[in-house]
Write a protein that binds this ligand. Structure first.
Ligand SMILES: Nc1ncnc2c1ncn2[C@@H]1O[C@H](COP(=O)(O)OP(=O)(O)OP(=O)(O)O)[C@@H](O)[C@H]1O
Ligand SMILES: [Mg+2]
Length: 259
């Protein structure tokens, strides 16, 4: 048989369903997640909020398969063509390779089977999607924090994931850059159609982006809030402010707020 030709393009992803039943995670005798039941529809944008240490990153690690639950079951998918879902994660810090150009940092996210011409083309296309056209040959060290995080986003997006998980990706950025990046994430999510799960500490970000926001407290979901408002959402509107208030009450508990 002739050798298989490398694919000429990155196949398109599709949003996948997430189904978590009774999911828990313990480290030794320390149970950091427990009884998590969560169903997410393909292509939905789920946001997860909660106090530091409540288990958000642990949940994300389980979703992308970096760790395994000690209780319950997680079903994800099916991915494109009925196969395994392609899940990618973006962390708070960009984690770029300092010795590789911007383009090579993005191409790292591609399957090795892709022809090199297709890989360059895919990386250039996604760099344009994150408004970094013309920066392909730069080193990470000459980029701003927001630009580096856009390279990290491009690296996650270049393989057209079915599931994109973002762990406080904008936490280290200034407020104005954050708003620009939120719009960018919303735009690529809308264009690519993947299922998104975003962890954030910022309740304004949560209500601006989520179809649904879940609040975790001590490893359990304590609020599951649907946000059925048209996009793009008007920041600072009364409707969003009311939803932010609900989230803050669930995170801190009304009695805990001291004036
Ligand atoms: N590998 C590990 N071994 C032991 N304990 C762990 C491990 N990973 C996480 N934990 C513990 O699990 C708990 C939840 O951690 P996790 O990182 O999920 O919190 P988080 O909600 O993401 O917090 P933050 O908002 O500060 O990022 C913490 O108490 C943490 O110490
Ligand atoms: Mg975390």
């Amino acid at each position: 048989m002739p050798p298989e030709e490398p694919p000429a393009v990155v196949p398109r992803g599709s949003g996948v369903a997430l189904d978590l039943k009774g999911v828990g995670k313990s480290f030794g005798d320390k149970r950091v997640l427990g009884g998590v039941d969560l169903q997410v529809r393909p292509g939905d944008f789920l946001v997860v909020v909660g106090k530091s240490g409540c288990g958000k990153s642990t949940l994300l690690r389980l979703l992308v398969g970096l760790d395994r639950p000690t209780e319950g079951e997680i079903a994800i998918g099916p991915g494109r063509d009925g196969g395994k879902a392609n899940a990618r994660i973006v962390f708070q810090e960009p984690r770029l390779l300092p010795w590789a150009s911007v383009l090579d940092n993005v191409a790292v996210g591609l399957p090795a089977s892709l022809s090199s011409e297709a890989a360059w083309k895919a990386a250039e296309t996604v760099l344009a999607d994150v408004h970094l056209q013309g920066r392909a040959d730069d080193w990470p060290s000459v980029l701003s924090g927001g630009q580096r995080q856009r390279v990290a986003l491009a690296r996650a997006l270049v393989s057209h994931p079915d599931l994109l998980v973002l762990d406080e990706p904008l936490g280290a950025l200034d407020a104005l850059t954050r708003i620009t990046m939120q719009s960018l994430i919303e735009r690529v999510w809308h264009a690519q159609g993947f299922t998104a799960v975003l962890v954030t500490h910022d309740v304004a970000e949560a209500v601006a982006l989520g179809d649904r926001v879940v609040v975790i407290d001590e490893g359990r979901i304590v609020l599951d809030l649907a946000i059925d408002l048209p996009r793009p959402r008007e920041r600072g509107s009364a409707a969003l402010a009311a939803l932010e208030g609900k989230l803050l009450d669930a995170i801190f508990g009304v009695a805990e707020v001291v004036y």
